[in-house]
Every structure is written in structure tokens, then in C-alpha cells.
Design a protein around this ligand. Structure first.
Ligand code: 9Z3
Length: 318
């Protein structure tokens, strides 16, 4: 039975026409210029490059948006993975939901402790609390040594995300197998197109609200087929029912023809994932509860394994 209040109508919108009917984000041109100059600056380095997407997308209910539908994603996966890619020498374009976690800085935000808790006043000077000195020094060193290879771009809505994904993909595509796409953002499956959205704040005077949402077009198809056909593409599949996970990951690989799906379950995603490919049995990666509690990130293992497979992919292309 469909959930009350949400009328599901299986009407598929063509991904190619999506962009003609929805508004581009204000930072589209600026992002184009930033990405183009980032690529130009590192042109001679021949380092591998990865586009990491991170965080959830919002789906506005009004064009002058007061309310929106959102999802759970905090951007832990994406931000922790970006750190790992940087540590392996990658150039990283980090496309993340505004106000979600950012590489390195994530350790000092969205936590029970904020930045000021790591500091102290010492005779009128601000210094790091000695209890946190080693941690802060280590994070700062990693941040400073990779900052130059990290470009951060923000989105908020689903539509911002899709426009920016297309723009960045096209700019990165000429790098071919040297480029990886790591699509960890939790992208909404449903949205309300601009033209069917209320212009102004929906009024509450008329009682219950029924929403009709369209299915978001499957953007992996044009991404793999047209925008970046020679790149190494890793998508993510999130489910809550373990029975669906592998078949849906396999189905996505058959349908879109990309390289890998990282499959995870909502409740175990921080310590267990499966790498699914078309031809092999899924490969499980997991860390122990002790490691998790000690602050180890499973992203270390995910990224190390993907970087290894990416290297093989590049060498086949050489
Ligand atoms: C994921 O599955 C990510 O691993 C998580 C990470 C969103 C679960 P957090 O940000 O969570 O660390 O809290 N991302 C992709 C989910 C998704 O939207 N996939 C779509 C699908 O399953 C499109 S590729 O169909």
C-alpha cells in the first residue's frame, strides 16, 4: 500500500529534457570556471582525479521555498572518502550539500564538541588545548598538505545537484580513464518539477496536504553513456531491506553499464559495505565494532580498494 498523503504516479521524465524545464543554480557558471581552472592548474601533474558527491539533496515544495523534503545523509561517507583519496594522491572535486560535512573540518563541526572546545586562552593568546594538540596537529597537517588538490563545490536542491553534476562531468570527461566518479550523495528519487510547484508558500487553511511527486530521471544513464563515457564510475546503492541490495545493485550495473556499485544498508553503512560488479560475487568490506568505536573509518578500506581497481582500469586503457 502506498503511504498516505503521497500519490505515486509512475511517470518517467526523460533526463535529457529535465534541464530544459528546471532552473539552473546560481553557482553554475562560477563552478564551471572554478573546475576548468582547477583542471588547467593540475594539467601537467598526471595525477588521477575523482569527483566525490556527498550529502543529501532537498526537494522544494514551493518555488519561493519555505518547505522542502530532505533525507538523512550527513555526508560522512563522502567527506571521509575525500580525505582518503587525497591521502592517496588524487585530485578531488568535492560536490557536497551546503552545511553537510567537509573533509578534515568534519572533525570539528556537527559534533558534540565544536571548534571552540579545542581551544584555550593562554595569557590572552588563543592556543590549542594540550589535550587535543596531537589530534589537531595531525588533522591540520593533512589538511594543509592536500588543500591545493581539493576543490569544493556546494549544492542544496536536487536540481542544483543535477545541473552541477552534468557540468562537472563534461569538464572532467576528457581525462578519460584517469577520472573516477564516486557518487555517494543521497539523491532524492522523487521531486516536484518547477512548473507544477506552488509559486508561494502553501497555505495551511484548507486542511491536509497531498503531495504528488514525479520520479527523478535516472541520471546515471546519460552520465555513463554521454557525459563521461570513458571514466571509471562508482555509484552507490542504499537500501533498508538486505534482500533487495544485491539484486538492485546488479540491476543498476546491467542497466547503466558502469564499473562498480557500492551497496550499503542504512543501519550498517558505517561498518559494512559490498562492492558489486557485473561479473564477480560481491566483495564485502567491514570493520569491527572496536575499530569503529576507536574512530576508524570504513572509507579507508573502500577507497583503498577502489583506487586499486581504478589503477587496473587505467592500465588496461594505456
Ligand atoms: C549512499 O549509499 C551513501 O553510502 C550514504 C552515506 C548516503 C548511505 P552518510 O552521508 O550516508 O555517510 O550519512 N549513497 C547513495 C544513495 C543513493 O541515493 N543512491 C541512489 C540509489 O540507490 C542513486 S545512485 O538508487
Amino acid at each position: 500500500m502506498e503511504p498516505a498523503g503521497v500519490a505515486l504516479e509512475r511517470k518517467i521524465i526523460d533526463p535529457d529534457t529535465y534541464f530544459d524545464h528546471n532552473r539552473p543554480p546560481a553557482n553554475l557558471q562560477r563552478t564551471h570556471d572554478q573546475v576548468a581552472s582547477f583542471l588547467e592548474k593540475h594539467k601537467a601533474s598526471s595525477r588521477p582525479i575523482v569527483l566525490v558527491t556527498s550529502g543529501g539533496t532537498t526537494v522544494p515544495l514551493e518555488n519561493n521555498t519555505v518547505r522542502f523534503v530532505d533525507n538523512f545523509s550527513a555526508g560522512t561517507r563522502g567527506s571521509a572518502s575525500a580525505e582518503q583519496f587525497l591521502s592517496l594522491g588524487y585530485l578531488v572535486i568535492f560536490l557536497y550539500r551546503e552545511n553537510s560535512l567537509q573533509p578534515f573540518n568534519r572533525h570539528y563541526t556537527h559534533n558534540q564538541k565544536g571548534l571552540l572546545d579545542y581551544l584555550q586562552l593562554d595569557n590572552g593568546n588563543v592556543t590549542v588545548d594540550p589535550a587535543y594538540m596531537e589530534q589537531v596537529k595531525s588533522d591540520l597537517l593533512k589538511y594543509l598538505s592536500s588543500k591545493d588538490r581539493l576543490l569544493q563545490v556546494t549544492f542544496t536542491t536536487l536540481s542544483d545537484y543535477l545541473f552541477l553534476l552534468r557540468e562537472i562531468s563534461r569538464l572532467v570527461a576528457p581525462l578519460g580513464s584517469q577520472a573516477m566518479f564516486y557518487l555517494a550523495a543521497a539523491v532524492s528519487d522523487f521531486f516536484i518539477p518547477s512548473h507544477s510547484m506552488a509559486e508561494h508558500k502553501i497555505q495551511s487553511g484548507s486542511g491536509d496536504l497531498t503531495l504528488r511527486m514525479n520520479q527523478v530521471p535516472k541520471f546515471l544513464r546519460p552520465l555513463v553513456k554521454n557525459w563521461a563515457p570513458l571514466c571509471f564510475i562508482v555509484s552507490f546503492k542504499l537500501e533498508t531491506d538486505v534482500k533487495l541490495l544485491e539484486p538492485k545493485a546488479k540491476h543498476a550495473l546491467e542497466k547503466y553499464g558502469h564499473q562498480i556499485v557500492v551497496a550499503n544498508l542504512l543501519n550498517t553503512r558505517k561498518w559494512q559495505v559490498w562492492l558489486v560488479t557485473r561479473d564477480q560475487d560481491p566483495c564485502v568490506l567491514q570493520i569491527s565494532k572496536e575499530d569503529l568505536d576507536a574512530g576508524r573509518d570504513i572509507e579507508q578500506d573502500i577507497v583503498a580498494e577502489l583506487a586499486r581497481r581504478h589503477k587496473e582500469f587505467m592500465s588496461r586503457d594505456a
